[in-house]
Design a protein around this ligand. Structure first.
Ligand SMILES: Nc1ncnc2c1ncn2[C@@H]1O[C@H](COP(=O)(O)OP(=O)(O)OP(=O)(O)O)[C@@H](O)[C@H]1O
Length: 256
């Protein structure tokens, strides 16, 4: 197995008495696609939010690329090379596709997001570089033709792809995808799964994703971690976890 890029070691988190994560430990190897699955409320989003620095663990340790992540501020994760997309699309709907993607680069240079988008930047050369980089990512994701379209005019599936472009533009080592296929029809889901596999294979990006569609997960992920009530109930290759009695039990009787 490749060395771990990400390690969660005994991570616990609770909200006013509700335990979201309970001594959770797992590792994500460099270069893999790891899926987090489990019933509603199992703690999947909380786990991503801890890695991303949105929440701070009550206990336990998180290591990324050999470094312990502690006492972080928002934005630190992006600077370290952790990108993410959101369950509820967080794009700027009145801006164009390329403006949204360029926003994903605003932490990289000396120019703020508003400067880079609204063109009163200190550095025109930096703006040109950002634009070229954004165009490259859009081309990779098959979105070159949509660059100047306003996001609100795009289909839901295309908006999700723009969200992915925005996360990828900063060249993250680790990409966190929170239900990238939620709300999609079967065809859109398959297309998103293909794009996700291409990002992983061609760009070498390590991916952790949350997905409810077990069929998609089994076809896409190299590694599956199953959560239930904030605890890990299974961890292994898709074929190993599929028939695990603990996984079947976690899912039985749960309304999705
Ligand atoms: N900000 C918060 N404030 C209070 N409770 C929270 C918060 N975030 C999560 N929780 C609680 O923590 C537990 C785990 O929630 P989490 O959203 O991580 O689960 P999940 O597996 O991602 O669920 P879903 O599949 O429904 O998105 C739940 O009981 C949830 O209600």
């Amino acid at each position: 197995m490749a060395p771990p890029l990400l390690t969660l070691d005994g991570v616990s988190l609770s909200f006013a008495g509700v335990t979201a994560l309970n001594a959770l430990s797992f590792q994500v190897a460099e270069g893999e696609i790891c899926a987090l699955i489990g019933p509603n409320g199992a703690g999947k989003s909380s786990a991503l939010n801890i890695v991303n620095g949105v929440y701070r663990a009550d206990r336990g340790e998180i290591r990324f690329d050999g470094v312990a992540l502690a006492a972080r501020r928002p934005g630190d994760a992006a600077r370290l090379g952790i990108g993410r997309t959101f369950q509820h699309n967080a794009l700027f709907h009145r801006l164009t596709v390329i403006e949204n993607v360029m926003a994903g680069l605003s932490r990289k240079g000396g120019t703020s997001f508003f400067e880079s988008v609204f063109r009163f930047g200190r550095d025109a050369a930096e703006r040109r570089r950002f634009r070229a980089r954004a165009e490259e990512v859009l081309a990779f994701l098959g979105l070159a033709k949509e660059a100047d379209r306003v996001v609100s005019t795009l289909s839901y599936g295309t908006q999700k792809r723009v969200d992915l472009a925005r996360a990828l533009v900063a060249e993250p080592k680790l990409l966190l995808l929170d239900e990238p296929m939620a709300g999609m029809n079967a065809e859109e889901k398959q297309a998103m799964a293909r794009v996700t596999a291409e990002v992983n294979r061609q760009l070498g990006t390590t991916i952790v994703l949350i997905e409810h569609d077990v069929g998609i997960v089994l076809g896409l992920a190299h590694h599956v971690v199953v959560l239930d009530y904030g605890r890990k109930v299974a961890d292994g290759r898709p074929d190993e976890v599929r028939d695990d009695p603990a996984v079947i039990e976690a899912y039985l009787g749960t309304v999705h």
